[in-house]
Design a protein around this ligand. Structure first.
Ligand code: DLL
Length: 431
């Protein structure tokens, strides 16, 4: 499959090292001169911008965390005056103030370039119609893919999220070639195609770029089956740019990181020391190619591992594993660490759809976990005995993967809420 920018995506490691080094030096200078927060942080540890000679010096720099953005809300970490800004976005955040991010015209182009690389890696071309069902607005999903599609010369269809039957109608009538939305919404759109009696093979759709939330390879296969497409992962976060920080290629074997703009490290979240390739830890990014918000060693809380072995697609860009979830999504139930994605994995292995809700509670000082799972057509059964047998089977599978007991309740098909954006799968009544 053609590579959008082979001169960077397939560059030699030496060339990338030189690009990264030059950009890091420039960005540290800018952050020191223009962002009082960074001047203070560097002064505190006695580090001068001149002490950074290459990307290998990155470990000398201090980390930035989400609360730094909140403490400097809304514009305190911006390195450019307001007249230089082209756009503002924000990430919703479930607690406290939202995180505000800004872009210069150059930053919008960097971001669009990243998203265009992702679309191309999924096989999209200038001839294609890109159906964008991520939300448009302060969330970066909609406009991120939209600008990426336009940047590569394809045709953007800015549908935004919601009104799912209309989405299907547009897929049919407009002849969309690629669908962009969250994986949970892709599942919902797929179910709606089926419920409307439409044969997915009759649609022109051939691929999709799904991200903004963790999803498993099993869910990938489920979406591919429901929509008769190839499903690609796309990763990003608003603090660093938006969608297109990293993306699947045709090998679907880890997401290539646009490391010429977003320099990645994986650290042990307790010791804060870098981890060797292949080991899971917290992903950290330094924005070496952007002007407005030059984040230094930003701790994403996403858990993944890096891989630098050559990829058969020809790209030399480092790959990150599919994020397992966020360290702050991790539930600790009776002392056991549980990621919602593990539950999803178990359900899909058992042939169930990933429509579930995890309810954690505390009774008599003891944590309890209930997993509500929707029955699919294959499971739907009238006999109480069949239902109970299936519930026990799921409980046993969860116990062996998670090492913890969960009460499983089967629910009627279609009874659990569907998501048009990021799915909410956990209700933790303890907090
Ligand atoms: O979710 C940007 C985005 C939009 C990415 C559309 C991909 C597609 P935020 O709202 O700031 O930005 O949320 C960022 O979402 O730190 C991860 O925890 C999670 N996330 C994003 N992409 C993936 C993915 C957008 N492919 C947070 N797999 C990140 C797993 C993801 N988690």
């Amino acid at each position: 499959m053609p590579v959008f920018q082979p001169e960077i995506e397939c560059a030699s490691r030496d060339y990338l090292h030189a690009v990264q080094s030059a950009r890091l030096i420039r960005m540290v200078n800018s952050a020191y001169q223009n962002v009082p927060f960074y001047k203070r942080k560097l002064d505190e540890i006695g580090l001068k911008p001149g002490d950074i000679h290459s990307i290998d010096d990155i470990g000398k720099l201090p980390f930035t965390v989400k609360t730094d953005l909140r403490d400097n809300y809304p514009y305190g970490l911006f390195a450019v005056p307001p007249r230089e800004l082209t756009r503002i976005h924000a990430s919703s955040g479930t607690t406290g103030k939202q995180t505000v991010v800004g872009y210069t015209a150059h930053d919008i182009e960097v971001w669009a370039e990243g998203a265009a690389r992702a679309l191309s890696a999924a096989g999209a071309t200038r001839e294609d119609f890109i159906h964008v069902s991520y939300g448009y607005g302060l969330f970066t999903g909609g406009l991120g893919l939209h600008y990426g599609a336009e940047y590569m010369g394809a045709t953007a269809i800015p549908v935004s999220s919601g009104n799912t039957k209309r989405q299907v109608q547009i897929l049919q009538d407009f002849g969309s070639d690629f669908l962009c939305c969250t994986p949970s919404y892709a599942m919902f759109i797929g179910e709606t195609v089926r419920d409307m009696g439409i044969d997915p093979r009759s649609l022109k759709l051939r691929g999709g770029l799904f991200g903004a939330e963790p999803w498993t390879d099993n869910m990938r296969r489920e979406i591919e089956r429901l929509l008769d497409i190839k499903a690609y992962d796309i990763y990003g976060l608003s603090e660093i740019a938006g969608p297109g920080v990293a993306y699947d290629c045709e090998r679907q074997d880890g997401l290539h990181i646009n490391e010429d703009y977003f320099y990645p490290e994986v650290i042990d979240p307790d010791t804060l020391q870098p981890l060797p390739d292949g080991e899971y830890g917290e992903l950290v990014f330094t924005c070496i190619g952007k002007e407005a918000l030059p984040l230094v060693r930003y701790r994403t809380r996403d858990i993944c591992a890096l891989e630098r072995t050559p990829c058969a697609c020809g790209r030399t860009l480092v790959r990150m594993s599919k994020p397992r979830g966020r360290s702050d999504d991790m539930l600790i139930i009776r002392g056991v660490n549980v990621f919602p994605s593990q539950v999803e994995h178990v359900l899909l292995e058992l042939g169930m759809d990933p429509n579930y809700l995890l309810i954690v509670d505390r009774k008599n000082n003891l944590d309890s976990m209930e997993v509500q799972v929707e029955m699919n057509a294959g499971l739907f059964s009238d006999t109480v005995r069949d239902i109970e047998n299936t519930e026990r089977r799921i409980e046993a599978a969860l116990q062996s993967t998670l090492n913890i007991h969960a009460n499983v309740s089967l629910m009627e098909p279609g009874s659990l809420p569907r998501s048009e954006g990021k799915a909410k799968r956990v209700i933790d009544k303890r907090v």
